[in-house]
Design a protein around this ligand. Structure first.
Ligand SMILES: [Mg+2]
Length: 128
């Protein structure tokens, strides 16, 4: 097998090719919440799932494992699963306000690249 083919196969195994917009559309099919409370439900859910990510990492710290090789363990898979839950809420929150998740990702990258090129990645302020 040529090296280019091996690299392509490696990349396909390591990285998903799902498009954010496609994820957002499919995630919506699993959404069950009262539509008149969507904003509250989605924002609280987002924070709750972010808390679940933080709690798993807290336990790594508590158990003295954060400096050890835990990245290929069930703990890493658990953290990734919670990040997926965060993603679901991001997708549904952006859908609720009528914005495509892929566009959010593009705009975020544009913002960060601009900050990097201007040397202002560090620091604070939303509009730097
Ligand atoms: Mg969760």
């Amino acid at each position: 097998m040529k090296i280019e083919e091996e690299v392509k196969k490696y990349m396909e195994n390591k990285y998903s090719m799902i498009k954010a917009s496609n994820y957002q559309i499919q995630a919506k099919e699993t959404a069950i919440f009262p539509s008149d409370k969507a904003l509250e439900y989605l924002s609280l859910g987002l924070v709750g799932e972010a808390g679940e990510v933080a709690n798993k990492i807290k336990k790594l710290i508590r158990d003295g494992r954060v400096d050890h090789d835990w990245k290929n363990t069930i703990m890493a898979e658990d953290i990734a699963s919670e990040v997926g839950d965060v993603l679901w809420y991001c997708a549904m929150l952006t859908d609720h306000i009528g914005i495509d998740l892929g566009k959010v990702m593009e705009k975020n990258l544009d913002k960060l690249k601009s900050r990097k090129s201007r040397g202002v990645l560090g620091g604070s302020g939303d509009n730097r």
